[in-house]
Design a protein around this ligand. Sequence first.
Ligand code: PLP
Length: 247
Amino acid sequence: MVERISRNIDRIRQVVSALGAARGKDRQEITILAVTKGRTVEQIKEVIAQGIADIGENRVQEALVKYNALPHPPRPALSSFKEPSDDRKGGVKWHMIGHLQTNKVKEAVRIFDLIQSVDSLRLARAISKEAGKINKQQDILLEVQTSPEKSKFGLKPQEIPEVFKEISSLSYLEVKGLMTIAPFTDNPETSRPYFKILRELSEKIDWRQETGDRRPIVSMGMSGDFAVAIEEGANMIRLGRAIFSHS
Ligand SMILES: *Cc1c(COP(=O)(O)O)cnc(C)c1O
């Protein structure tokens, strides 16, 4: 088991390095997020032991159980909490990547370093409100529905410039980038146009206020299509099966 995970991660890193190099990027510039829904705490420990520092979960309740079972650095005192979470030293970063309901926001804000699935102004406002209560600066991504699939969550690409302006003005939020989920497919090429939409959208936004000198996060690509996502400009890929399954 341990060997499989480490072998899988080695192989993924080789692919990511090669693809990143072709685009003039270091491997470190492309974050590999381990998606651990349905996986055990032991499995999460194994990926952390392999140097993976970013963990993604789809449900708040499941994430809470795992978060509490794993060592994590104490949160800074509330009065000093208002600092970018990626400046916190030590420990892994927790990412919320599933649809977030407003009644789970309070708990989400307590454990997640980055909430990637912000898909409405209403949700953004709720997050800012809860973050304000604990004086936390909550990093988020805007989830964009780049494909016409009706069942998916996300903001429409054409809404983004306006919504970005509104959301980035909320006091306790920092919009760090964009995220999308391409429809499931056996053919990764099918995802390419959706990834392209997200990257082009990310280039249209003036991020300076939110990200300082850093580039925005462009979170796209899963086990089946991460190579195409990197080719289209992803700097964060979200991998479940590629890390944990037989291949
Ligand atoms: C499950 C999930 C992933 C990972 O999917 P795999 O195909 O297992 O790599 C990535 N992103 C989101 C939002 C997910 O729900």
